[in-house]
Design a protein around this ligand. Structure first.
Ligand SMILES: *[C@@H]1O[C@H](CO)[C@@H](O)[C@H](O)[C@H]1NC(C)=O
Ligand SMILES: *[C@@H]1O[C@H](CO)[C@@H](O)[C@H](O)[C@H]1NC(C)=O
Ligand SMILES: *[C@@H]1O[C@H](CO)[C@@H](O)[C@H](O)[C@H]1NC(C)=O
Ligand SMILES: *[C@@H]1O[C@H](CO)[C@@H](O)[C@H](O)[C@H]1NC(C)=O
Ligand SMILES: *[C@@H]1O[C@H](CO)[C@@H](O)[C@H](O)[C@H]1NC(C)=O
Ligand SMILES: *[C@@H]1O[C@H](CO)[C@@H](O)[C@H](O)[C@H]1NC(C)=O
Ligand SMILES: *[C@@H]1O[C@H](CO)[C@@H](O)[C@H](O)[C@H]1NC(C)=O
Length: 387
C-alpha cells in the first residue's frame, strides 16, 4: 500500500470512497473481477477498468505535487477499455507516467465534464473525431505531454468548454478557427507548442474569454503589424485588440512592441494590464486609474499622460517656505510650466509652513497635527488660494 501513501486513488462509486484495497465496498458490482481491476491500479491502468461501468468519477493522481524519484505513479498506456465507462463525468490522471496515444474510444465518454491528463508522457496525434460527442466537457487539460500534429477541428464541438490548456506539447499546424465557436471559453492556454499560421481573430471576440496565452509558438499575425514569435511580440499593437476590452489579463510585457499607445488602450479595465518593458514611445493615453504606473514602465520613449486641463500643480513640503527644496525647485517648475503651456510661477500652488526660523515645531503632537493639515490642504478639492 506504499503507493497509496503518495497517490490519491479516488473512486467515488455511489458516494462511497474506496480508501484501501483491503476494503471492498458493499455494492453489488464488487466482485473478483473488480478487485482484480483495482489491484492493478498500483502500477498500470488495467483493461479490466473497462468493467467498472458504473464509475462516475475516476481520479488517480499525485496529490502532493512532488513526484519523488522511485514513485512515478501509473505507467503504461491508457487502455481503450476506459472508453467503456460511459457514465464517467470526471477523469483525472494528473502527474503519472502514462505513455502512448490517447485512445479514440475516449470519445464515447459523452458525459465527461473534466478530462485532466496533465504531466504524463502521452504522445501521438489526437484522434480526429475524439471531440465529436464531448458536449458536456468543461475542462480539457493536456498540459505537458508529448502530443504532436494538428489540433482536430472537431474541437469546435466542445460547446461547453470553459478551460482549454494544451501548454507544453508539440502541437503544430494552424489553431483551428472553430475555437471561436466555444462561446463559454474563459481560459485558453496554447503556449509552448509549435502552432503556426495566423491567430484566429475570433479567439479574442469570444464573449467570456478572460485569459489567452499563445506565446512560444510559431504564429504569424492576422494583421501585418502584430507578429508573435518564439521570442516575443514585435511590431505595433493591432487595431482589433480594441474590440477585446473584456480581456481580464492582457500581459504584453517584455516584448518588442513599438510605436505609440493607441487611445483605446485607455478603455481597457483589465484586472491585469501590462505593457511594460517594450519599445513604446509617445504619451500614455488617459486610462483607468486602477492600472498602476508600473504597467507602462521600462519603455524608453514613453511619457506620462498629459495633465488633465484643470489639474492644479501643487508643491507640498514639510519645511517652511524659506527652507526645504521649494526655493530650489520653484524656478525649474516655472520653466517646465511655461514649456507645456500651463502658465507661470503663479500657477504653482505652495503648501507648507509659512517662512520661519526653525524647520519644525518643537512638540511632536503639534508637529503631527500640522503635518496632517498640510497633506489635507494639498489634497483639498477646493482650489488652493496660495500664493
Ligand atoms: C472484464 O474486462 C475484461 C477485459 O476487458 C474482459 O475480458 C472481461 O470479460 C470483463 N468481465 C466482465 C465480467 O465484464
Ligand atoms: C449509468 O448510470 C445509470 C444511472 O445512473 C445506470 O442506469 C446505467 O446502468 C449506468 N451505465 C452503465 C454503463 O453502468
Ligand atoms: C469496451 O472497450 C473495448 C475497447 O474499446 C471495446 O472493444 C468493447 O467493445 C467495449 N465493450 C463494451 C461493452 O462497450
Ligand atoms: C454556458 O454557460 C452558461 C452559464 O454558465 C450556461 O447557462 C450555458 O448552458 C453554457 N453553454 C453551454 C453550451 O454549455
Ligand atoms: C505550418 O506547418 C505545417 C507543417 O507542420 C506546414 O505544412 C504548413 O505549411 C505551415 N503553415 C504555415 C502558414 O507556415
Ligand atoms: C472608449 O470608450 C468611450 C466611452 O465608452 C467610447 O466613446 C470610445 O469610442 C472608446 N474608444 C475606443 C477606441 O473603443
Ligand atoms: C476601472 O477598472 C475597474 C476594475 O478593473 C472597473 O471596476 C471600473 O469600472 C473601471 N473604471 C472605468 C472608468 O473604466
Amino acid at each position: 500500500m506504499k503507493v497509496l501513501k503518495e497517490y490519491t486513488l479516488l473512486l467515488i462509486i455511489l458516494l462511497i470512497h474506496i480508501i484501501t484495497f483491503s476494503f471492498c465496498p458493499s455494492v453489488e458490482s464488487c466482485n473478483a473481477v473488480d478487485e482484480e481491476a483495482l489491484l492493478e491500479f498500483k502500477r498500470i491502468l488495467s483493461p479490466y477498468i473497462g468493467n467498472l461501468t458504473y464509475l462516475k468519477v475516476l481520479g488517480i493522481y499525485n496529490d502532493e505535487g512532488d513526484n519523488d524519484a522511485g514513485d512515478e505513479g501509473l505507467s503504461g498506456s491508457i487502455p481503450p477499455e476506459l472508453g467503456n465507462l460511459s457514465n464517467l463525468t470526471y477523469l483525472n490522471l494528473y502527474d503519472n507516467s502514462l505513455e502512448g496515444p490517447l485512445p479514440s474510444s475516449l470519445g464515447n465518454l459523452h458525459k465527461l465534464q473534466h478530462l485532466i491528463l496533465r504531466n504524463n508522457y502521452l504522445s501521438g496525434v489526437i484522434p480526429c473525431n475524439i471531440f465529436r460527442s464531448f458536449k458536456s466537457l468543461l475542462t480539457l487539460d493536456l498540459q505537458y505531454n508529448r502530443f504532436i500534429g494538428p489540433l482536430p477541428s472537431s474541437i469546435a464541438n466542445l460547446v461547453s468548454l470553459t478551460d482549454l490548456d494544451l501548454t507544453g506539447n508539440y502541437f503544430s499546424g494552424e489553431i483551428p478557427v472553430g475555437i471561436g465557436k466555444l462561446k463559454n471559453l474563459t481560459r485558453l492556454n496554447l503556449l509552448y507548442n509549435q502552432f503556426n499560421g495566423s491567430i484566429p481573430k475570433s479567439i479574442f471576440q469570444l464573449p467570456r474569454v478572460e485569459f489567452v496565452d499563445l506565446s512560444y509558438n510559431n504564429l504569424n499575425a492576422p494583421l501585418p503589424e502584430f507578429v508573435v514569435t518564439g521570442t516575443g511580440i514585435k511590431g505595433r499593437l493591432p487595431e482589433w485588440l480594441s474590440s477585446c476590452l473584456g480581456i481580464k489579463d492582457l500581459d504584453l510585457s517584455s516584448n518588442q512592441i513599438s510605436g505609440t499607445l493607441p487611445s483605446w488602450i485607455g478603455n481597457f479595465s483589465s484586472l491585469r494590464f501590462d505593457v511594460s518593458r517594450n519599445l513604446l514611445s509617445g504619451s500614455i493615453p488617459p486610462h483607468n486609474a486602477s492600472i498602476p504606473a508600473s504597467a507602462f514602465s521600462h519603455n524608453p520613449g514613453l511619457c506620462a499622460p498629459p495633465l488633465p486641463p484643470y489639474a492644479e500643480v501643487v508643491w507640498c513640503q514639510e519645511e517652511p517656505m524659506n527652507m526645504g527644496a521649494y526655493s530650489y525647485i520653484a524656478p525649474r517648475l516655472c520653466t517646465a510650466m511655461k514649456s507645456v503651456n500651463r502658465g507661470t510661477a503663479d500657477d504653482i500652488k505652495y503648501v507648507g509652513r509659512l517662512p520661519s526660523a526653525a524647520t519644525a515645531t518643537g512638540f511632536i503632537s503639534v508637529h503631527s497635527k500640522e503635518q496632517t493639515e498640510l497633506v489635507q490642504k494639498a489634497l483639498q478639492p477646493e482650489p488652493i488660494p496660495f500664493p
